[in-house]
Design a protein. Structure first.
Length: 409
């Protein structure tokens, strides 16, 4: 049993690592090309069709880069495509979502105090909702709103706020943040897969056939790329939020997420303006600071603790089995004595104001739900308590192992 848990945990770790690596590659190339595009300069010797050029120095050498607004007169012999960074980021993120929030749905996905749904229903909502944003957003972009980009971005923001609020009516706070990030990332990757790449292929096909490419394809692709640029920073925040209960456990977590999207806009506006040499809009930092201050204030509102209304009645499946297993009472007493001073609704360990990662270990229901994590972190390994500050003895860890392994057979 331990081997299965260990392998599953390592699978989640490997997927998270892959997701971070591919996200770095995608975000890095996205930020680079936006900065390059905004920093292009006119020059008297530009070839026909060239929009601008940029000289850059890096790694001990100089780079001379030119951009053709539509396409060069002839197809170049070598052409590098930027697409797999986006695809790999989304695919690894989707796999991680399945491992953590679908396979671990009883613990992390559904908040039974908000919506009485089965795990299967929660998974269906999770999967189906990710496509909704793309369908609505794509419809808006293909309407006349494409000629009014500011209004279009405003409507996209409204859509994101509505989805955040909607997720919070069903999912745990942690799952709400993660799903809103996945919802947004799906829009971004779909922009690449369904719009940007096909439009670029049309331009390449026209060049190969000796036709003059239509400039509308480049214009459409640039609009979607700009949207991706403004959505990137909020997505990073949402993906990291599961480590910080102050963000996801607040009653107003969906509103915190909404303000984060606005912060992403103000931060990117500053850097985009700098790259485009359109001034130094330092006012954006003041707005960003005020938005962040509002987030801090909202995070001090009462925390959400899933299933608090009727703790024992909410126990189902694996958690119920763990609560009824032989050795649970002894394990319960050990966890209360060694862990609950930090993992409580009102922690009383000096310097801790919120339960780390929002993990609660006070009631029998709390401990039954977290059985797997307790076993792995305190029974099999010595990860918890940190530095063994509460002096958990070897006998205590052995009792936790006997309880968990006995229940799992």
């Amino acid at each position: 049993m331990f081997e299965i848990i260990m392998m599953w945990d390592w699978l989640g770790f490997a997927l998270r690592w892959l997701h971070v690596i591919t996200a770095i590659a995608w975000i890095g190339s996205s930020f680079y090309f936006i900065a390059l595009d905004l920093g292009l300069r006119k020059a008297p010797d530009l070839p026909v069709g060239a929009h601008g050029e940029e000289w850059q120095v890096h790694g001990g050498g100089f780079y001379h880069i030119r951009k053709y607004l539509v396409a060069p007169e002839e197809m170049p012999d070598h052409l590098t495509w930027f697409k797999w960074e986006s695809y790999a980021t989304w695919l690894s993120g989707a796999a991680l979502l399945m491992v953590v929030y679908w396979a671990g749905g009883e613990l992390y996905l559904i908040d039974q105090s908000k919506a009485e749904l089965t795990l299967f229903q929660g998974i269906l909502i999770s999967a189906a909702s990710l496509s909704i944003g793309w369908l609505v957003y794509d419809r808006l972009c293909k309407s006349g709103l494409a000629e009014r980009p500011t209004l279009l971005m405003g409507l996209l923001f409204v859509l994101l706020v509505i989805m955040g609020w909607g997720y919070n009516q069903i999912f745990t706070g942690r799952a709400m943040m993660l799903h809103l990030g996945a919802f947004t990332a799906t829009i971004m990757t779909a922009n690449v897969f369904f719009i940007i790449m096909p439009n670029q292929r049309i331009v390449v096909a026209d060049l190969q056939a000796g036709r003059t490419p239509d400039s509308k394809y480049g214009k459409i692709a640039k609009l979607r790329s700009t949207h991706n640029n403004y959505l990137t920073l909020p997505v990073i925040f949402l993906m990291l939020s599961n480590h910080y209960p102050l963000a996801f456990a607040s009653t107003y977590n969906w509103l915190i997420a909404a303000l984060v999207f606005l912060m992403g806009v103000t931060i990117r506006h500053y850097f985009n303006s700098q790259h485009a040499r359109k001034g130094n809009p330092t006012w954006t930092w003041l707005v960003t600071a005020l938005l962040f201050l509002a987030i801090i204030i909202l995070s001090t509102a009462p925390l959400e603790y899933e299933g608090e209304a009727d703790e024992q009645a909410a126990l189902t499946g694996t958690a119920l089995m763990m609560a009824e297993a032989e050795g649970f009472e002894e394990a319960h007493e050990i966890v209360l004595g060694r862990c609950s001073m930090c993992h409580a609704r009102e922690p009383f360990w000096d310097g801790i104001r919120r339960a780390p990662k929002g993990v609660l270990l006070e009631t029998e229901a709390d401990i039954a739900r977290q059985a797997g994590a307790i076993y792995l972190q305190s029974g099999v390994t010595h990860a918890m308590p940190p530095a063994n500050v509460s002096y958990m003895e070897a006998e205590d860890r052995a009792a936790i192992r006997r309880w968990y392994e006995g229940a799992r057979g």
